[in-house]
Design a protein around this ligand. Structure first.
Ligand SMILES: NC(=O)c1ccc[n+]([C@@H]2O[C@H](COP(=O)([O-])OP(=O)(O)OC[C@H]3O[C@@H](n4cnc5c(N)ncnc54)[C@H](OP(=O)(O)O)[C@@H]3O)[C@@H](O)[C@H]2O)c1
Length: 275
């Protein structure tokens, strides 16, 4: 899996990873081992997914050198406060069976429910990075105003913002804001939770190229420079989704998919989410 992106702190992240939201802890071990066999070296988990232990078992069983695996996890909203954030970080490391996390994200700003506690969390993320428990720190579901508030507590610019992004919600507003700040866009629900795969224009491009709709969508993300973390528990799809490095979309095909943006998200709006 050749492509990697250099983040603003110098850390290299494989541009394609496996997402494991809604994968049970037991199942996660098999799914992640299947992904490693298919060539994936990057896994996106979270404290809230309740499968860090299962992912950690796969890492241990894989026999892969630690430095060849890129593991992301995310700090849960209710643990933003200093002591909670530190305890949650230590619990993640324990469950994962790792000495360090490659990328650690604040999962949501969660302002409606928890006020600006995400600022306290950002201080802790800076500390655990300085202590070597984490290689790179970033955020998820942050809007530009949340990103700017982070700079009131530290000079660190997040390395990534993991946000909902797929052909029918392609973040034409947010992407330039992230680029201007030097923050990589990491696309969650990159297939639109499989809904965007039904789109006729994507199907036509896939037919022309002799590829699947999922491969076309993943290729679109890669060529846009997005970090992309499709989820699948199906071994054939896990392999299919990684077989995206031997073809290219033309500028016209890219433009056609760019044209599918509807501005409609699937998930919650971070500005109004109440969890
Ligand atoms: N930071 C956040 O707040 C946040 C929120 C949501 C998601 N995420 C991350 O983003 C990852 C991906 O997002 P997601 O799981 O919501 O959605 P997704 O990756 O866009 O879509 C997953 C769905 O697509 C299906 N699928 C996968 N590959 C396919 C293929 N080749 N052909 C047909 N169907 C295919 C999967 O089915 P099967 O599994 O049955 O094969 C599953 O139903 C998550 O796992 C998580 O790591 C983060």
């Amino acid at each position: 899996m050749p492509a990697a992106i250099r983040l603003n702190d110098g850390v290299e992240i494989p541009q394609l990873g496996l997402g494991v939201w809604q994968v049970g802890d037991e199942e996660a071990t098999d799914v992640v081992l299947t992904a490693f066999e298919a060539g994936y070296r990057h896994v996106d988990s979270a404290q809230g997914y309740a499968n860090e232990a299962g992912v950690g078992r796969a890492i241990a069983r894989s026999g892969l050198p630690r430095d060849q695996i890129f593991l992301t996890t995310k700090l849960t909203n209710e643990f933003h406060k200093r002591d909670d954030a530190r305890r949650a970080t230590e619990a993640s490391l324990e469950k994962l069976g790792l000495d360090y996390i490659d990328l650690y994200l604040i999962h949501w700003p969660a302002v409606i429910r928890y006020g600006e506690t995400y600022l306290e969390a950002w201080e802790v993320l800076n500390e655990v990075k300085a202590e070597g428990l984490v290689r790179s720190i970033g955020v998820s579901n942050f809007n530009p105003d949340h990103l700017d508030r982070l700079l009131t507590v530290s000079d660190t610019v997040p390395s990534v913002d993991q946000v909902e992004c797929h052909p029918t919600f392609s973040r034409t507003d947010l992407a330039p804001e992230l680029a201007r700040r030097g923050i990589a866009l990491e696309a969650w629900s990159p297939l639109g939770q499989a809904r965007d795969l039904q789109d006729g224009a994507i199907g036509a491009i896939a037919a022309d190229l002799g590829r699947t709709a999922a491969q076309v969508v993943i290729r679109w993300h890669l060529q846009k420079g997005n970090i992309v973390i499709p989820k699948s528990v199906t071994p054939s799809r896990i392999a299919e989704n990684a077989d995206v490095f031997s073809f290219e979309l033309s500028p016209d095909q890219m433009a056609t998919i760019d044209g599918l943006d509807s501005g409609n998200r699937i998930g919650p709006d971070p500005a109004t989410a109440t969890f």
